[in-house]
Unconditional design. Structure first.
Length: 323
């Protein structure tokens, strides 16, 4: 009898514990359901739950980059400027055993330095440009005071010497937008310039008043038995990278201001730098340009002869845009 009573008591305890666990599970489910709004009661704006947890605000709308005139398509330009400076030729570190000095300033007023440029827009606000220009001059030195030794010729003091030269420069430039980014509707652009340039200068000398024939009219011969010549000719050229900055400010659809400056120097070797600033007025596909430019170069002084000079002058140009 006692044993049956104990069994009944254990069964009642087990049933009570089971009902208690079931009740706790039901209460937990009801609490979870109370946090979920019914289908006919949507969440208020800006909330993820009924407890007013704020969702992040939506991102502001993106303003598209505005391409100004000249930042699409391709263009071609012709321009001209009139530098008045003359380059200088001198003996380099490789010269030795010269009888006369070799320092001489080339003579004559340079001709109009004519040039051209072609470019194409790359991506958003970047560009690839190719430019070229050349100038030349010739003139005379009535009398070299201390004599002159250039290239393969020597001229005694008092000799009448004529000079001529031709200077040429060509360049490829990648103009990369560096600030601001994104451009959006801003009017200013700052670009880094990554360039490769080629400079060449040919210089010539002669003594036109010295005789080429003797008193009998026979050609005067040199030590090798060839007709004598007083002409000396030499060329110096170099290829160099250039790095710099360029900027453009768009005053409106028809007016733009530009500036560019770049350069590079190998210590005790070649040196080059150039720069320009301009105002550009556009009508449809045609753009009129006016400004100022400067160019400096020096070939390597480690050779027998080297040439250096700086040109600067106002310039004008006409550019045609495809778009």
């Amino acid at each position: 009898m006692v044993e049956n009573f104990v069994l009944i008591e254990d069964y009642v305890k087990s049933l009570r514990n089971s009902l208690l666990c079931l009740g706790l599970l039901c209460l937990a489910g009801m609490a979870q359901d109370s946090n979920t709004p019914p289908a006919d009661h949507p969440l208020p704006p800006g909330s993820t739950t009924l407890h007013n947890i704020q969702a992040p605000p939506p991102p502001p709308p993106r303003i598209p980059d505005v391409r100004q005139p000249g930042e699409t398509g391709w263009w071609f330009e012709v321009d001209a400027w009139l530098p008045t400076q003359q380059p200088i030729l001198n003996a380099g570190h490789g010269a030795s055993g010269f009888t006369y000095p070799s320092y001489v300033q080339m003579q004559g007023t340079p001709t109009l330095a004519d040039g051209a440029e072609a470019g194409v827009a790359l991506g958003l606000h970047n560009a690839l440009r190719f430019s070229y220009w050349t100038t030349r001059a010739s003139g005379d030195i009535p009398s070299v005071p201390n004599g002159l030794e250039v290239w393969s010729q020597s001229y005694t003091p008092g000799t009448y010497v004529s000079t001529n030269y031709q200077l040429m420069n060509a360049k490829i430039s990648f103009d990369y937008l560096s600030w601001p980014y994104p451009v959006e509707a801003r009017h200013f652009r700052l670009k880094t310039l990554w360039q490769v340039q080629f400079t060449s200068i040919r210089t010539g000398f002669d003594a036109p008043q010295l005789p080429l024939v003797n008193s009998a009219g026979a050609p005067i011969l040199d030590a090798s038995g060839n007709p004598i010549s007083y002409a000396g000719l030499g060329t110096r050229w170099f290829i160099s990278p250039e790095f710099g900055l360029g900027g453009s400010y768009y005053k409106g659809r028809h007016l733009r201001f530009d500036f560019n400056a770049a350069g590079f120097a190998f210590p005790h070797r070649d040196t080059v730098w150039d720069g320009d600033a301009s105002a550009n007025l556009r009508f449809g596909h045609v753009e009129l340009r006016a400004g100022f430019k400067a160019f400096h170069f020096k070939t390597s002084p480690e050779s027998t002869f080297f040439v250096h000079g700086t040109d600067s002058a106002a310039f004008v140009g006409v550019r045609w845009h495809s778009q």
